[in-house]
Design a protein around this ligand. Structure first.
Ligand code: GLC
Ligand code: CA
Length: 526
C-alpha cells in the first residue's frame, strides 16, 4: 500500500458548489483556494476534485471538451496553478478526475473522427464500419462518416476506443485491445497525466476505470465474490500498460479507480484504491437502501443498519469486506465514502446523533475514509433540482453552506446556480460554535484516527458483534482499540474491558459496565 494513504482521510469537492469567489453565482477555483483553511481545519490529507475542464456540462463536467483547458465557469489555468500552490503550502494533496472513458462530442478529437475522410483520429473512438450496422447503443446517422459511434453514458459522450476484449469475425470493426492502431490514444492519455503531474498534483480518480474495454466489463454484481478472470484480460492488460508506464516516471502518486470491484482494480490492475459505492449493494446496506429513497432495485434489500429501528445487520457488509481484506493484502485499500456526487446524501432524514454514529464507524473502520463535501455539516439531499445532466444526483450537488446569511455564504449573487438549503443549523459558522456539532465531532474523530496507529488502514480488524451494538477491534500489534456503535433507539448495556475512554457519545461508564443510549458510540483503548 502507498505509504501516505495508510493513514489518510480524503475529501471530495464538487467545484461548481464549493465557493463562489467572483459573485457570478457559481463555484470556482479561486473560491476553493479561499476555503483551503477550512479544508485544512477538517484534518483531511487529500482532496479529490470532480472535473473542472472545458465542458458543455451535459453530464456535470464528465463530458470533457478539452483536457488541457480549465472551463471558464471555474477560472483559468493560472487559477488552477494558484489553487495547487495554496493547497500544497498547507500540505493538502490534490487528486484530479481523469475522465477517459469518453469525451464530449464537442471535443476536437471527436469532431475530427466524425469526418468522412480518414485522419489521425479515425480510431480514437468506437465506430462501426457502416451506418447500417446496428450495435447496442450505437448512434447512427448524425455525421458524414460511414458508421455509427458507441457512446458510454449519454449520447453526447462518445466512448474512447481502447479496443474489445475479443476479436469478432462478424464485426471486423471491433479492434482487439492489443491492436497497434490503439497505441496513439494511450499515449494521449499518458500525456494528460504527465501534464497535470508536472503541475504538482498527487493522483487521479479514474472515471469508469473498469469500463474502458468494450465487451470486457462485468455487470453481474450478484457475483461479488468471483475473480472475474476470464472476462477481464483486456482491462487488466490496459491498466498494466498505462500504470506500468506512468509509475516509472512518477512516484508516490495515488490512482483511485471508479470501479466498485476492489479485488479486481487493486489486485489485478494496479490501482491503489477503489470505491465501495452505489454499485456495491453490501455497502448500501449501511445507510442507503431504503425503498423510499427511490434508488435502483439493487438497494432495496431491507433495513439499513444505521437506522433507529435497529432492524438492520452488518452481516453482509462485514462478510464482503473481510473477503476483500484477504484479497487485497497490503496492495491497496478500498474507500467507502460518506457520499459522492452520484448518490443520495447520507444525512437525509437522519438525526445529527445518528449521522455522528456513521462518521464514528467510517473513521474507525479498516479502510481509507473519504468525506463528501457538506456531509460533515449534515447537508440534506434536495429532491427537486436537476441541472447539468445530473437528474436525481443533482440533489447531492447543492452549494456548500458556510453561514446562516444570504445564499448561506456561498455567493453574493442574488440567485445562485443551484438553491441552497434553508435548514437551520446546517452551516459551518453555526456548527463551529457548538463543540458537539457534526462538524466538530468529525474533526475530533479525524484527529483520533490520525493519532492512533491502530486505526490505520493497514492495521488489523476483528468484528466481535454485527448487530446492535456493533463491536469491533482494531490493532497494529502494539495497541488495541475497541469500537462500539449503537445507531438504534434501544438502550443497551455491555461489559467491556478497557483502560481508557478515547471518545464517546451518549454513553455512560460504570467501571467495565457500559450503557449505550440511543445513537451512541464509544472508542476505547484496551
Ligand atoms: C461516473 C461519474 C458520473 C458520470 C459518469 C459518466 O460514474 O461519477 O458522475 O455521470 O461517470 O462519466
Ligand atoms: Ca464564480
Amino acid at each position: 500500500m502507498l505509504k501516505w494513504i495508510d493513514n489518510a482521510v480524503f475529501y471530495e469537492i464538487y467545484p461548481t458548489s464549493f465557493y463562489d469567489s467572483n459573485g457570478d453565482g457559481i463555484g470556482d477555483l479561486r473560491g476553493i483556494a479561499e476555503k483551503a483553511d477550512y479544508v485544512k481545519s477538517l484534518g483531511v490529507d487529500a482532496v479529490w476534485f470532480n472535473p473542472f475542464f472545458k465542458s458543455p456540462f451535459k453530464d456535470g463536467g464528465y463530458d470533457v471538451a478539452d483536457y488541457y483547458e480549465i472551463d471558464k465557469r471555474f477560472g483559468t489555468m493560472e487559477d488552477f496553478e494558484y489553487m495547487v500552490k495554496v493547497f500544497k503550502e498547507k500540505g493538502i494533496k490534490i487528486i484530479l478526475d481523469l475522465v477517459i472513458g469518453h469525451t464530449s462530442d464537442k471535443h476536437k478529437w471527436f469532431k475530427k473522427s466524425t469526418l468522412a475522410k480518414k485522419n489521425k483520429y479515425y480510431d480514437y473512438y468506437v465506430w462501426t464500419d457502416d451506418v447500417n450496422t446496428s450495435y447496442p447503443g450505437a448512434i447512427r446517422g448524425l455525421y458524414y462518416r460511414n458508421g455509427g459511434y458507441v457512446p458510454n453514458y449519454y449520447a453526447s459522450q462518445p466512448a474512447l476506443n481502447y479496443g474489445f476484449n475479443q476479436l469478432d469475425e462478424k464485426a471486423p470493426w471491433k479492434l482487439h485491445y492489443k491492436d497497434e492502431r490503439l497505441r496513439p490514444l494511450r499515449e494521449e492519455i499518458l500525456n494528460i497525466m504527465r501534464f497535470y503531474f508536472d503541475k504538482g498534483i498527487d493522483g487521479f480518480r479514474v472515471d469508469l476505470a473498469g469500463h474502458l474495454i468494450k465487451e470486457g466489463q462485468v455487470f453481474d454484481y450478484d457475483k461479488y465474490y468471483d475473480d472475474y478472470d476470464e472476462k477481464t484480460d483486456g482491462i487488466q492488460w490496459l491498466w498494466g500498460q498505462l500504470l506500468g508506464t506512468i509509475r516509472k516516471e512518477y512516484k508516490d502518486k495515488v490512482f483511485i479507480a471508479e470501479w466498485d470491484i476492489p479485488q479486481l482494480a487493486i489486485t489485478k490492475c494496479g490501482f491503489d484504491m477503489d470505491f465501495l459505492t452505489h454499485d456495491t449493494f453490501y455497502f448500501g446496506d449501511l445507510y442507503r437502501n431504503e425503498k423510499d429513497l427511490n434508488l435502483s432495485p439493487y438497494f432495496e434489500r431491507g433495513d439499513n443498519y444505521f437506522s433507529p429501528n435497529g432492524k438492520g445487520t452488518l452481516d453482509n457488509f462485514v462478510h464482503y469486506v473481510e473477503y476483500l481484506y484477504g484479497k487485497l493484502g497490503d496492495k491497496g485499500m478500498f474507500t467507502a465514502p460518506t457520499g459522492t456526487h452520484d448518490e443520495v446524501r447520507m444525512s437525509t432524514r437522519k438525526s445529527p446523533d445518528l449521522i455522528k454514529c456513521i462518521f464514528a464507524f467510517m473513521l474507525t473502520l479498516k479502510q481509507v475514509p473519504m468525506i463528501y463535501y457538506g456531509d460533515e455539516i449534515g447537508i440534506e439531499h434536495n429532491y427537486s433540482v436537476s441541472k447539468d445532466g445530473g437528474g436525481k444526483r443533482t440533489g447531492a450537488r447543492t452549494p456548500m453552506q458556510w453561514d446562516n446569511g444570504k445564499n448561506r455564504g456561498f455567493s453574493t449573487k442574488k440567485t445562485t446556480y443551484l438553491p441552497t438549503s434553508d435548514k437551520v443549523g446546517q452551516s459551518v459558522a453555526e456548527q463551529e460554535k457548538d463543540k458537539n456539532s457534526i462538524l466538530n465531532v468529525v474533526r475530533d474523530l479525524i484527529k483520533i484516527k490520525k493519532w492512533y496507529p491502530a486505526l490505520k488502514a493497514s492495521s488489523d480488524q476483528t468484528f466481535i458483534e454485527k448487530g446492535y451494538p456493533a463491536v469491533f477491534e482494531r490493532t497494529d500489534g502494539k495497541q488495541t482499540i475497541t469500537v462500539l456503535i449503537n445507531p438504534s433507539d434501544t438502550v443497551i448495556n455491555k461489559k467491556v474491558d478497557y483502560s481508557k475512554v478515547i471518545y464517546s457519545q451518549n454513553t455512560q461508564f460504570d467501571k467495565d459496565n457500559i450503557t449505550l443510549d440511543k445513537q451512541s458510540f464509544a472508542i476505547l483503548l484496551k
